[in-house]
Design a protein around this ligand. Structure first.
Ligand code: THU
Length: 139
């Protein structure tokens, strides 16, 4: 991930974080994703009084991109007010793997950042090819 894109993604994520709806945890998260064509989508976490319905910021951004017709996603940023760059949850890592996100810049609002690959975050991921048998491939 180049520096310019990382800066832009973090700026978008910081802005999206302003819209976080986190009255229960008070933990605001922002995320942004860039597609293979260079289009950006951002998102925030959205909580619910029925706690299990809380949506992560990364998931919001990815769902916005995919529902806009973008299935080829490339890089992502996530930001929160944490002592270390914030790490995405396990479920969001699986979602990143599904849509081909290669790298993620994890960041804190204080300006720390760390770039990691989704393969590092989720080695041996369950992926779409596992659902398809050899017969299906040859059809
Ligand atoms: N959260 C995210 O938005 N992304 C993550 O990767 C981790 C957790 C949100 C969910 C919930 O609203 C709050 O942070 C506390 O878990």
């Amino acid at each position: 991930m180049d520096q310019d894109t990382a800066d832009k993604l973090i700026a978008e994520a910081v802005q999206a974080r302003e819209n976080a709806y986190a009255p229960y945890s008070k933990f605001k998260v922002g995320a942004a994703v860039v597609t293979g064509k260079g289009k950006l989508y951002s998102g925030c976490n959205i909580e619910n009084a029925s706690y299990s319905l809380c949506t992560c910021a990364e998931r919001t951004a990815i769902v916005k991109a995919v529902s806009s017709g973008e299935k080829n996603l490339r890089w992502m940023a996530v930001v929160a007010d944490t002592a270390q760059p914030v790490a995405p949850c396990g479920a969001c890592r699986q979602l990143m793997a599904e849509f081909g996100i290669e790298k993620i810049v994890m960041a804190s609002t204080a300006g720390q950042r760390k770039i990691v690959s989704v393969t590092e975050l989720l080695p041996y991921s369950f992926n779409p090819s596992m659902l398809l048998g050899e017969e299906l491939h040859s059809e």
